[in-house]
Design a protein around this ligand. Structure first.
Ligand code: BV8
Ligand code: ZN
Length: 298
């Protein structure tokens, strides 16, 4: 075991207060695409462009087809050993009366497929299986709606590609040309999910770019970090590119308070991996493989 890992494990074992910030990389080996880089596309749209109130306002049918595909792929995916290792860490810390908080940027609900309710895991960007009414006059919200597809018209979006098959006369075998997307269908608004109370359009219960994170969670995270009688010893930064705020501001805040950082990512700066950055450990690889090893030290 390399000495970075040994050093980290000794520190973790003696930590009284730990925070984990997880991103799309934690679910990557469950088969869910990450946002940035080549995988950040759905059909020929950049996922980030679709995750905005404007996109939904302009074309709710397009955005609902995107989220129907996200619901479908998340329901098909299975949580991995990285999710399990983090839930074990929560149990371990609770059994020792220590403080732990997992801040998840992911909306795929994979932690809750292992355990439906985990108080120490905050889904700060919402959840694909929460539905909200779009009317200001109505506060309808539904959690844990796993119905798929939500409406008959949305079932088409589940199949990402169609393979065109042409018979190649000379060899009488079929040749598969490149996967071709199903074109996005233009659905009438009446074919999209509607609120059972006021009949307005429903939206996915996720936080879009430009929208505020759930204020109750922000307050609880602030109190957890700022609580004077125990400063955070360590922040685990798992499978996140650190591009989205305010989620990633927590890492800086914990460093400023003297906490150490441990990064788990397939893409880490060499200086960090070689232990040349103060108070920062870097473990390069798949979080689903690294976490069960690194966190198994109690
Ligand atoms: C806010 C839900 C203010 C939707 C998501 C202008 C106006 C307002 C705000 C802003 C602005 N300009 C910038 C901002 C801030 C903005 C922002 O951060 N923009 C970015 C793009 C620069 N933030 C916001 O808008 C936030 N709100 O600021 O509101 C406000 C306040 C009060 C009142 C009104 C407004 C809201 C941000 C939330 C956006 N919603 N998700 C959905 O999912 O559809 S964020 C989205 O990106 C996902 O949740 C995703 O998790 C998240 C972050 O990405 P990552 O998780 O880091 O994923 P990424 O693909 O980037 O990286 C994957 C990493 O994993 C990589 O490093 C890769 O190397 C690694 N990896 C890959 N495989 C593995 C691996 N690691 C380990 N193992 C592997 N196997
Ligand atoms: Zn309503």
């Amino acid at each position: 075991m390399n000495n970075q890992l040994k050093e980290f494990q000794i520190y973790l074992k003696n930590s009284k207060k730990v925070i984990a910030l997880v991103g799309a990389g934690l679910s990557a080996s469950s088969g869910l695409p990450v946002f940035r880089g080549s995988q950040g596309l759905w059909k020929n749209y950049n996922m980030i462009d679709l995750a905005t109130p404007d996109s939904f306002y302009i074309d709710p049918s397009l955005v609902w087809q995107f989220y129907s595909w996200r619901r479908y792929t998340s329901l098909k995916a299975q949580p991995n050993n990285g999710h399990r290792a983090l839930i074990n860490l929560v149990d371990e810390f609770k059994s020792k009366n220590r403080k732990v908080l997992i801040i998840s940027q992911n909306v795929d609900g994979l932690f809750n497929r292992i355990r439906p309710k985990i108080d120490e895991i905050y889904d700060i960007h919402g959840n694909l299986f929460t539905l909200k009414c779009t009317s200001f006059l109505c506060n309808y919200i539904e959690k844990n709606n796993f119905k798929q597809p939500l409406t008959p018209a949305l079932n088409e979006t589940e199949h990402e590609f169609e393979h065109e098959h042409e018979i190649d006369e000379s060899t009488t075998t079929t040749t598969k040309n490149s996967p071709k997307f199903h074109p996005v269908k233009s659905l009438d608004e009446s074919q999209l999910p509607h609120c059972p109370i006021c009949k307005s359009l429903l939206r996915p219960g996720v936080v879009w770019f430009g929208e505020s994170l759930p204020l109750d969670l922000i307050t609880k995270i602030d109190n957890f970090i700022e609580d004077e009688d125990s400063i955070p010893d360590l922040v685990l930064v798992i499978g996140t590119s650190g591009t989205v705020y305010p989620a990633n501001s927590y890492v800086e805040r914990i460093k400023l308070k003297g906490g150490k950082v441990a990064i788990f990512n397939t893409d880490i700066d060499d200086k960090i991996v070689q232990g040349q950055v103060n108070d920062t450990w870097g473990f390069k690889g798949d979080a689903a493989e690294l976490l069960p090893i690194a966190l198994d030290c109690f």
